[in-house]
Design a protein around this ligand. Structure first.
Ligand SMILES: C[S@@+](CC[C@H](N)C(=O)[O-])C[C@H]1O[C@@H](n2cnc3c(N)ncnc32)[C@H](O)[C@@H]1O
Length: 260
């Protein structure tokens, strides 16, 4: 997996936590890849976020999750999703992706939840993510996915994962995909939105808003073969101006921009 340039962006913000069991070398290598410190369980007061292997998954912890738990890429189907593969192309997301779409690039993969939904519906998928932290979590999640029964039985490989800024990477795609999917971070309506899921709140606290989303939209529209789909909170203005169509989800919208 290519790791995007790591920098001192996380200085003072994030460390790898080794809890005294499991593979210490893997923790050390992770800390080196991200250029962040490795700390022991006795020393967990200095950082607001930690990466740590717990229960067989790489997890992101904030101070609230330090005692137990943690956030990992969830590879289980969402509630209500059929467990067969490919799952039926139903619901607002599938409608927005379009009936004739075969290839999709998710340019803002984040926790991979939309990506994995798209993958489970049988689309051919490339995932892009620029945060090296999220890339590590995704890489761990996709490696776990590769090992589950149904993936092995059907001889499937997890989606491809590319690290780096999609604004540059989309322009270099060898073949335009049918659809480019965008779900950048929008400013919340209220300062501390109680409605946002913990995983999204932590992502926002760690990475902040995606302030270059207009440029990302322009790059996506230039690079797509047929359409761009933007997932937005229902209170947000459409990212690319008036969309060709919109599909309503729960507290969100999928805006579709067709290339004519
Ligand atoms: C709101 S999250 C996406 C959540 C995701 N749809 C999910 O289901 O988990 C936005 C993510 O997009 C990434 N991102 C934003 N702009 C990007 C860009 N230009 N290139 C690559 N990744 C980007 C951020 O780092 C963040 O992880």
């Amino acid at each position: 997996m290519p790791i995007a340039n790591t920098t001192a962006v996380y200085a003072g913000k994030l460390a790898v936590l080794y809890e005294g069991h499991g593979d210490r070398l893997a923790c050390q290598q992770l800390a080196e890849r991200l250029a962040i410190p490795l700390v022991l369980a006795s020393d967990t007061h200095a950082y607001p976020f930690y990466l740590c292997w717990r229960d067989g998954s790489l997890k992101l912890l904030d101070t609230e999750l330090l005692k137990k738990g943690g956030l990992a890429v969830d590879i289980e189907p969402r509630n209500g999703e059929q467990r067969s593969w490919p799952a039926p192309k139903e619901g607002a997301l599938a409608q927005a992706l379009g009936r004739k779409t075969r290839t999709v690039v998710d340019a803002t993969t984040g926790w991979g939840q939309d990506s994995l939904h798209i993958f489970r519906m049988g689309y051919e998928l490339l995932c892009i993510e620029r945060s090296p932290i999220m890339l590590e979590l995704l890489s761990d999640g996709f490696a776990r996915l590769a090992c589950v029964d149904w993936m092995q039985r059907l001889n499937l490989s997890p989606p491809s994962l590319l690290g780096g800024d999609a604004i540059a990477l989309l322009a270099a795609l060898p073949t335009p995909p049918d659809c480019i999917y965008l779900d950048p971070m929008f400013s919340p309506k209220r300062k501390k939105s109680a409605l946002a899921k913990k995983s999204m709140r932590v992502l926002r606290d760690l990475l902040g808003d995606d302030i270059d989303k207009e440029q990302l939209f322009a790059a996506a529209f230039a690079a797509t073969g047929k359409r761009v789909v933007v997932k937005s909170p229902d209170y947000a203005e459409p990212l690319g101006g008036k969309p060709s169509s919109s599909f309503q989800g729960k507290l969100l919208r999928y805006d579709v921009y067709l290339k004519t």
